[in-house]
Write a protein that binds this ligand. Sequence first.
Ligand code: PXG
Ligand code: PLP
Length: 433
Amino acid sequence: MKTDAYWMPFTANRQFKKAPRLLARSSGMYYWTHDGRQILDGIAGMWCVNAGHARPKIVQAIQEQAAELDFAPPFQMGHPKAFELAEEAVKLAPAGMTKLFFTNSGSESVDTALKMALAYHRVRGEGHRTRLIGRERGYHGVNFGGLSVGGMTANRKMFGAMLAGVDHLRHTHDLSRNAFSVGLPEHGAELADDLERLCVLHDPSTIAAVIVEPIAGSAGVFLPPKGYLQRLRQICDKHGILLIFDEVITGFGRTGQPFAAQTFGVTPDLMTVAKGLTNGCVPMGGVFVKQAIHDAFMSGPEHLIEFFHGYTYSAHSLACAAGLGTLATYAEEGLLTRAATLQSYFGEAVHSLNGLANVIDVRNFGLVAGIELRPIDGEPAKRAFNVFLDCFDKGVLVRTTGDIIALSPPLIVEREHIDRIVDTLRGAIQRAA
Ligand code: PXG
Ligand code: PLP
């Protein structure tokens, strides 16, 4: 197979092409490589295949949809499944988040939510609220809006000045106080007060929205300190700032409830999702919106467009069919709350890695875990990458970012799978010492 033409995303292309890791087939908890090796999926594809692979209801829905209605224009036209999926999805959302706008990815969801926030203030006569606040070490996708509010240096440094008028909260990662926490860390709620600092600096009347991941995934599994999200919510309310939760990873059951907003008891104004919305089968994302925010747009002549935004593939028919099949599968199997019942077993399993050489932190919540390794001197990210390659060699797929290993198995995971993932990881970490 020739590997020249494909420039791979977020990949060490030259390393990969020397020894390609190709996946050819998937079912349930497993992948099979092109040469027939079975690989246990420890990361739900890439945080998206929450119901496990090749689920019959989803496969059938996509197949039937392709034959029935391929594409329907989404602007000034519609098709029934778009409306059905939105109705089903808002039933799962936090109370009051009654509207859903469709996109095709997490990155598009983030840029959509940021634009909605700016436009919402503008339609209410508060067009002076133009600033957007993100957080250091946050990940909000790769489009210019999400990149600008994001806080991962490597993702930002090549791309110039990005959006103007963006600032960042300090991140909450604090190994000195919180290393090896079981569940949410005790220390750091006061870091939410950093928003007050930015309010003093910029004047709160210039700030449109704050965006955070309830649990950061991509940048390395950072859990919110107890009380942190509540405090952010209070400060936003005090100053009329919209709070956006980026639930691209936490949405659809990862934390033990449909959304982390429910698990943590904090309702944002806007909530971005993707990944688990369609179980990763067809690209789709969305933004859940509070009723009042939507309604603020619904003024002016009825024949005019209220929100000048959308994508050619918003609410694509195949994605909607996949979404309906996905939500039905979640409901039938109780998957959106399954992480809550497995959390303690999963937590104990990953914390059995505490004390291994070079493991400087283990953290967990729901069915997410982060295992942080001490970097090799002068070669950051290499130790974790070696662990990733070793695990793949031994038949388990994990994910790494920097020297942090992330686990996020499909929500259908059984205890024996958890044991195998953790045991494989243990061996690989020991060999990487
Ligand atoms: N927001 C969050 C919180 C995400 O985790 C996005 C936005 C962007 O979604 P799209 O669909 O545009 O990729 C994400 C995506 C990883 C990893 O290795 C995670 C993501 C993407 C790539 C890698 O953890 N999350
Ligand atoms: N570029 C051009 C020239 C286009 O015509 C369009 C959409 O019509 C886009 C970009 C945006 O594409 P999409 O709607 O798939 O995001």
